[in-house]
Design a protein around this ligand. Sequence first.
Ligand code: ADP
Ligand code: MG
Ligand code: ZN
Length: 476
Amino acid sequence: MIRGYEVVIGLEVHAELNTATKIYCSCKNSFGLEVNTQVCPICMGMPGTLPTLNEKVVEYAIKMGHALNCGINRISKQDRKNYFYPDLPKSYQISQSDIPLCHDGYLDVVMGNDVKRVGIERIHIEEDAGKLLHSDKFDGSLVDFNRCGVPLIEIVSKPDMRSSDEAKAYLETIRSILKYIDISDCKMQEGSIRCDVNVSVHKPGEPFGTRCEMKNVNSFSAVVRGIDYEANRQIDVIEAGGKVEQETRRWNDAKGESETLRSKEDAQDYRYFPEPDLLTIVVPQEKVQYLKDTLPELPNAKIMRYIKDCGLSYSDASMIVDVPEKSKLFDDCMAIGCKSPKIISNWILGEISKLMNDGINLFETPLTPEKLVKIADYISSGKISTASGKIVFDAVMQSDADIDKVIEEKSLAQVSDTNELESLAKKVISENEKSVTDYKNGKTNALGYLVGQCMKASKGKANPGIMKEIVLKLLQ
Ligand code: ADP
Ligand code: MG
Ligand code: ZN
């Protein structure tokens, strides 16, 4: 709710698929190559050429459909969406209008302790357009056609979100799923996920208001800013006695405001018609089922499993799941019977995240799940301290050192022998009579001091848990 109005949001997400080749030709589908080198007569829209649908694109879209609980249209068609723009050499985009591949699904978005269900209207496949280049180095604009014919899916939500936070959480969940089912690179800064934002406002209990569609929203944080700005703008219009007009607006993130791109009167008529150069798409039922059966565990299910079966907190679980490599490492550790998931999670979110941020590829280091589990289990059983664990970890990372050897050579093993620790504690207690009296007079922090002295006397090698128990026992 903003200023007594309910905000209604629907999102159209475009995701570039990471297939090897483009959607209708065999040009390479990859980002960042020399301009106008990944092109052929088909994706350049030359007259007389014919498109051939890339089967992988259909498979990827159906996978996403399953992940979003959609119905799959085994029979669907492709349509031409006609418009003129310099980045579109054919002057039409092949898309799907009335019969998309996937329809009527939903996505459960976990938000803290709540789950928000967002309806999915449809998912369809289409081709991307080229890219206009503007620069001070030349007059006018140039066009890079490498992106023409890059496959896209468009995921259209129902108008089910009620705040910018919900919209952001929805987008994050969509991105996470795309990564896990490995159909998109999900790099917003490279434009591999783009989003159109539809916003309307109304008083609770009244029918939905007129929506505006905002384009050019290029980051998840811009989505939040854009929605909040747009909702307030519409409320201002209504409060001033005006009427919100249906229009397409452009979000200007630098200015922090949206501006009119075109009004309803200028709305384009795309003159959709069935694409005559392509056959009807027919997907066998067995294939639809196969794609469903081979879907990997999805991020939400993973988060729930980490909380329920491994005892992680929601925030730790979601931070691990957010990065597939981290989640894989965690899963591999659990699969070999790790008894200390919390320690593994701390390692992954601490040391290992640091290394990954430095650009290190985990799977190219000597660290294996077996080694990580061994270190973690040694820490949890008290054989080595957490601090020693870090020394062992570094040795493994640097030179693939043998864990037991490092512990022995650097004498890192904690002393857990109670006799040895007890005689040490007795000595410390006899030398610190004042603290003992303090403790007996109720100054509980004297205990910490005594244990600290014992640890020092052991040169840090005493098992702190056992040490504390012994000191307590002796004091009593
Ligand atoms: P268009 O071609 O006009 O963009 P789409 O069907 O592709 O139409 O997308 C419509 C989007 O607008 C959907 O995401 C839908 O949820 C959203 N939407 C529909 N009605 C409203 C509304 N009253 N307020 C906000 N969003 C809405
Ligand atoms: Mg739209
Ligand atoms: Zn091509």
